[in-house]
Design a binder for this molecule. Sequence first.
Ligand SMILES: NC(=O)c1ccc[n+]([C@@H]2O[C@H](COP(=O)([O-])OP(=O)(O)OC[C@H]3O[C@@H](n4cnc5c(N)ncnc54)[C@H](OP(=O)(O)O)[C@@H]3O)[C@@H](O)[C@H]2O)c1
Length: 241
Amino acid sequence: MSKVILVTGANAGIGFELTRLLAEKGHTVYIGARNAVSGKEAAESLQKKGFTTVKFVQLDVTKLPTIQAAAALIGSAEGHLDVLVNNAGIAKFGHDENATTIALETIRDAMETNFYGLIQTTQTFLPLLRKSSNGVIVNVTTDMASNAFQARPDAQLHVVAYNTSKAAMNSYSIALAHELKKDGIKVNLVTPGFTSTKLNSFGDGGKTTTDGALSILPWALLDKDGPTCLFVDWNGKEFPW
Ligand SMILES: NC(=O)c1ccc[n+]([C@@H]2O[C@H](COP(=O)([O-])OP(=O)(O)OC[C@H]3O[C@@H](n4cnc5c(N)ncnc54)[C@H](OP(=O)(O)O)[C@@H]3O)[C@@H](O)[C@H]2O)c1
């Protein structure tokens, strides 16, 4: 059955590729993008390739009125939302991310998008998700936000703004998953692992965006009796919180 899906931050990177993979399966997919020009271009590039179920909606996760307008648009066009993929994210790499010296502003910026942005997007779309017969939320996280993983003596990449904002989001997602059980809405977190994208200046050695998106795909298309409150990696295996 065709689903109605919103992927935030889908004008580029993993979100864009995930949109393509979902549209390939015939689902109606909204590309949520903060930049209208880039969002429309992304949607049109897929429509021209025959993915006619791809649509664009302007949405900046840090700006509540844009999220509310996006929910109103999808609500009037579709009546409900089956799947919300909270994919939009920033990393602040290139800024000082050392625990002892990081500027609070760097952490606040990361929190605005990766944490508060995700919360207000989720809360705003919940009424539409509750109208679905199989509501699903996928929060795109990172293995670098695993406290258990990062606390190991050999762990590296202690990038404070990115990791803490995503770890806070992970914690929020646990509470969300428990609260939404009564509504039958599943909430899971997926880390695609290192993927070469704009986020990391297209760093060498990362996965392709197709492989990154493929790790998220099955979690977006979960069955009604699928699991909730899992943190999984690119192999679909549970990852330590
Ligand atoms: N790449 C990796 O190695 C990796 C690993 C683990 C997890 N992840 C996660 O995967 C997700 C996708 O990242 P990516 O690697 O595909 O990076 P990306 O290519 O930089 O894509 C990030 C997307 O988020 C959008 N975005 C940023 N701030 C936004 C806002 N306020 N409102 C709406 N959209 C916003 C960006 O829009 P603009 O184009 O306008 O900037 C872009 O479309 C992120 O949550 C990231 O943390 C990535």
